[in-house]
Write a new protein. Structure first.
Length: 145
C-alpha cells in the first residue's frame, strides 16, 4: 500500500506521553469509525506495508475470539483516562525513536460506548515515533498478546 501523505497523523515535535497519546486516539478514531484503510494510511511505514484494511480489521476485531463480534470504541473520558494512565512511553533520544504502547478499547456491546458499564477489553499495540518532514509520525510496531 502506498503512503497517503494527506491522511498521515502528524504530531508536534513534542516528546511527551500526552502528545503521543493524542496521535493514538486519532488513530483509534479511524478504527472506531470502521475506517481501517484510513488507519493504515494515517501511519508512517518505513517500508511499504502488506496490511490491507480487511487484514487489519480481522486482526483487531478477532483477537479475543468468541461468538460475538468485537468493535473498537472510544469510551467515556474516565475510561480514556484509564487507558492513558496504563500506556507506556519512552521519548525519542539521539540514538532511538520514541516508543509507546497503549490499549485499543474493544467491546462486544457497542450500543452505548460512553457508558461506564460497557464491558471493555484492551488490545495492546505499540508504535515507534519518529521525526518526518518537521513533525512526529507514528510507525506501527506490533500487537501484544
Amino acid at each position: 500500500m502506498q503512503q497517503t501523505a494527506d491522511r498521515l497523523i502528524r504530531l508536534p515535535l513534542d516528546d511527551s506521553k500526552q502528545n503521543y497519546l493524542s496521535g493514538f486516539w486519532r488513530w483509534v478514531g479511524f478504527l472506531a469509525a470502521d475506517d481501517y484503510r484510513g488507519a493504515i494510511e494515517s501511519l508512517y511505514w518505513a517500508e511499504p506495508t502488506s496490511w490491507t484494511a480487511d487484514a487489519l480489521r480481522r486482526r483487531v476485531t478477532t483477537f479475543f475470539g468468541g461468538n460475538s463480534p468485537w468493535v473498537v470504541v472510544i469510551p467515556n473520558e474516565r475510561l480514556v483516562a484509564v487507558v492513558n494512565d496504563a500506556a507506556e512511553f519512552s521519548p525519542r533520544t539521539e540514538e532511538n525513536s520514541g516508543w509507546f504502547l497503549a490499549q485499543i478499547p474493544l467491546t462486544t456491546e457497542p450500543a452505548d460506548p460512553k457508558s461506564d458499564e460497557i464491558p471493555l477489553m484492551g488490545l495492546a499495540c505499540s508504535f515507534f515515533v519518529r521525526e518526518n518532514a518537521g513533525a512526529l509520525v507514528m510507525e506501527h510496531e506490533i500487537f501484544h498478546a
